[in-house]
Design a protein around this ligand. Sequence first.
Ligand SMILES: [Zn+2]
Length: 138
Amino acid sequence: MFCGQCGSPIAFQNNFCTKCGAPASDNFAGRLEEDYYLIRSKGKSLDYTNHSELTAMFTKVKEQRVLIDLGKVEFMDSVGIGSLVTLIYKTNRTKQEIKFIIIADKITKAIKGLGVDNVLEIYEDEQAARASWGLIPD
Ligand SMILES: [Zn+2]
């Protein structure tokens, strides 16, 4: 496994990267892009078992713009959705901008059902999210 934050190899038994201190995560990978920081879910679910890994990873991100790609995620429980809303509340203080990629119909419906669709900025793919930041593909 490699560190989602700095790319250093992380020993199997370690819960944190020994180089930069980022939490090790099997579920999420982070990468610094030119114009934003990208966090991508590797797994198919965001729920009570793994949402804290996403939150821990986000806490380490210093970039102004953060794109959280949950395009692979097919299942999100209310804890998972709640954790996304919590990230948005954190940005009130940090002034960061978070955009999400969420594709699964079931999830967008659940987000609407919880009445937080006006809190989360959701796009269907990375191009659309980039465009909303005014980043034009080259
Ligand atoms: Zn690291």
